[in-house]
Design a protein around this ligand. Sequence first.
Ligand code: ADP
Ligand code: MG
Length: 301
Amino acid sequence: MRREDAMALERSGAHEPPRRPASPGPIAALLRHPRSDPPAGEASYGRVAGKGVDVAHGVVLYLEDISVRFDGFAALDHLSLAIDAGELRCVIGPNGAGKTTMMDVITGRTRPDEGRAWFGQSIDLTRYTEAQIAHAGIGRKFQKPTIFERHTAFENLELAMKADKRVRRTLFARLDSAERDRIAAMLERVRLAHSADRPAGLLSHGQKQWLEIAMLLMQEPRLLLLDEPVAGMSDEERERTADLFVSLAGQHSLVVVEHDMAFIAKIARKVTVLHEGRVLAEGPLESVQADPRVIEVYLGR
Ligand code: ADP
Ligand code: MG
């Protein structure tokens, strides 16, 4: 591995892409996709990975009355939202609803003007830095994969593992066999075992996304935030991503923001609809799809 790549990864957080303006999406498709069969496996606190976060009441994240204002405009307007440990929550809503801003608040990138963001019972994320939040067990997947293209898939996971602040080992030490097994198992999990020795730059778009998710998973996040994870993926890659997310729930808590309603329909359990910086509706997909206020918001645009 190249030392400068390793150092870049060590400064994790510094390799995030800049904040993008909201992109247009075919949101009216909300009404076109009926819910598919419920995914197998329900939330289970006992199996949740991560340490040091007190989820005694089964809530991994509680946003309490969060407001974010940009020049007086409320991107988040007294938003309150609770995510259970092990839950797979889908968040939808029109462009500009505040979805990405919500993730920015959870990851410490944006400080709210009002409110608290509780990670478990006792960690107030609004008082933590981005690095402390990542360290505490919150991983975030951005749209553009931030992988090391000239390194193999295996080496990318090796770098991610060694950058884990909880382990604090040298980046240049050799892997032991347990560590190699762990990386191999993770590659298997994201269907990249056959590409372990390929440079990451040669992987397909979807494979790169999975590799980045695997890099996040190497750090065993308690909570994983995914902003538009299937954008640009083929239909088959979307199917596989849906299977992966469903398999991760229970062990991790996931918050998935996505415009692709066919994808949402495949993974959805509880869905939150954001609009103008607050929760417009929440519940099973079929009930939010039937909610007149939700229909109004999507069709009225
Ligand atoms: P979504 O992800 O749901 O499309 P965003 O959270 O990106 O929505 O944006 C919510 C609102 O806040 C939008 O009107 C957007 O233009 C505004 N906004 C987001 N970030 C900034 C910023 N850094 N400065 C000014 N306005 C912003
Ligand atoms: Mg967004």
